[in-house]
Design a protein around this ligand. Structure first.
Ligand code: BG6
Length: 489
């Protein structure tokens, strides 16, 4: 059983809290993982009392918890844990309300864990941490959680890290990249390192290239204000896609826990070949969605979704990265991510080299290279594309076939949401699935020259119709190398 805790959410009435954090806590509570004395404290500007807050959260749970997991008794149990504190984060006088509530934790728990989840603008992180420190509520059992992106470049990331690091020790800081909590992303590590058949071929001798795609069919929705200051590079590539790249490319850690995994990921980030301006022009593509059809329905353009945009924000990125180390020298990693694509799919495709010798030169049929498709979402699973002989008495005829692993068909159980795993790891104090400061800064170090070049360029992101696979320049990026994007089947 995890320790009892006070889980304090700054931004407790916000979208993240209502859509992800509280449903995740509810689902863990449903599984009996929250001790009786655990409390969840939402902090926000809203003048809500506990009862109003509980009603809002009940509505959110109804909307965001899978129907089969909605249980009235469990909902009531979670609601009874909830409190709301109204405070103006910048007004020192308001903080005594929170202080009073924290001091009233059940005296039966000698050292309750205090989790401070910062689901608010990063500009407030420093102030909030400072106030918590002044109140004397940051002890060895306290933890602070921050959402990505941390900063908007290397310098601002350092500022945020310094401000939070002035109060919390690095071991108490949990930087969330929710992709690391996804079931299928966890399985990537197990697939690579709990099996023997892949590792000997997992290198430049046998792998031609790797593709990582995170495509969304949704647009920016009502997050335009934030998104327009970020764009796909800061919102997705700097964190989610680079983290996935790290998990594909890293060396086997000694144990799959704590610093070992993070040390190995850091080495990959540091091995990424830096891009100079010419590389950026050649190896990156920016796009922005125009009007189009998604699932047969017309959808507006990015400019319609975010009228205040100056037209320089990208909602799509494709790029070619290289990992300059012994294992991966010469193997391109093609990454792409975009909003308003033809469908929602996150997938890693590892394309192997052709056999060194063609033993069936006179056979009929296609002889495609092997490909391992790792489907992260939706429909978690894996598919190995290989070549088989088509049955028949005549000559050899080759046919592409696949070996399939579907999570849903293999494991008859609900796959936990990423936040369920991550929040429990925060409460338990296990930082393995969180980004360490040096990882975040190494990722910015690689991304920053790309952002600078784009900012200095007179070109704007290329338009692509919503509901498509992105700008044609992204296809050209691979065609130039004699390759093509593998669209998931
Ligand atoms: C978030 C981004 O981190 O990830 C969003 O800020 C994006 O823009 C989301 O939509 C995608 O997450 P998922 O889990 O739906 O693939």
């Amino acid at each position: 059983m995890p320790p009892a805790c006070d889980f304090v959410v700054f931004g407790g009435t916000g979208d993240l809290a209502l859509r992800k954090l509280l449903p995740a806590l509810y689902l863990r509570d449903l599984e009996g993982q929250l001790p009786d004395t655990t409390r969840v404290i939402g902090v926000s500007h809203s003048p809500l009392d506990d009862e109003n807050y509980r009603s809002d959260v009940r509505r959110a749970l109804l909307e965001h918890v899978p129907t089969g997991s909605f249980d009235e008794a469990a909902v009531d149990r979670l609601l009874a844990r909830l409190h709301h504190v109204r405070l103006d984060f910048t007004d020192p006088a308001d903080w005594h309300l929170l202080h009073g509530l924290l001091k009233r934790h059940d005296p039966g728990d000698a050292n309750p864990v205090r989790v401070f989840y910062l689901a608010v603008s990063q500009s407030l992180f420093g102030t909030i941490c400072q106030r918590l420190d002044e109140l004397g509520v940051v002890d060895d059992h306290a933890r602070v959680v921050m959402e990505k992106p941390i900063g908007r470049d290397l310098e601002s990331a350092r500022e945020v890290n310094d401000a939070v690091g002035a109060v919390f020790d690095e071991t108490q800081i949990f930087r969330i990249d929710h992709y690391l909590g996804k079931e299928s992303v966890q399985n990537l590590l197990v697939t690579r390192f709990a099996n023997t058949f892949l590792e000997p071929v997992w290198n430049a001798h046998w792998i031609d290239h790797v593709q990582i795609t995170v495509a969304e069919s949704l647009g920016v929705g009502d997050r335009g204000g934030y998104y327009d200051t970020a764009g796909a590079m800061r919102d997705m590539v700097q964190n989610h896609l680079l983290q996935l790249l790290c998990l594909v490319a890293m060396e086997p850690p000694t144990v799959a826990s704590r610093e070992d995994v993070r040390d190995e990921k850091l080495k990959v980030l540091k091995a990424l070949k830096p891009m100079n301006p010419d590389d950026v022009d050649r190896a990156t593509v920016r796009g922005v969605y125009a009007q189009g059809l998604v699932d047969g329905a017309p959808v507006p353009s990015y400019a319609d979704d975010v009228p205040a945009s100056d037209g320089r924000t990208e909602s799509y990125v494709a790029l070619k990265a290289e990992v300059n180390n012994w294992r991966w020298k010469g193997v391109p990693f093609y990454l792409r991510t975009g909003k308003r694509m033809d469908r929602r799919v996150s997938e890693i495709v590892v394309v192997f080299k052709k056999p060194p010798h063609a033993m069936f030169p006179h056979s009929e049929g296609a002889h495609e290279p092997n490909r391992l498709h790792i489907h992260l979402q939706p429909d978690e699973g894996m598919r190995m594309h290989m070549t088989a002989k088509e049955p028949g008495p005549g000559g050899i005829r080759l046919r592409p076939v696949s070996l399939d692993l579907s999570y849903a068909a293999t494991f008859d159980q609900r796959l936990p949401e990423a936040y369920e795993r991550l929040l429990m790891n925060v409460i338990r104090g296990n930082p393995t699935l969180f980004m360490r400061r040096d990882e975040v800064e190494a990722a910015w170090t690689w991304v920053e020259p790309i952002l600078h070049r784009w900012a200095a360029s007179p070109d704007r992101p290329k338009k692509y119709a919503a509901g498509t696979t992105g700008p044609t320049a992204a296809a050209t990026l691979l065609e130039r190398d004699g390759r093509a994007w593998q669209e998931s089947d």
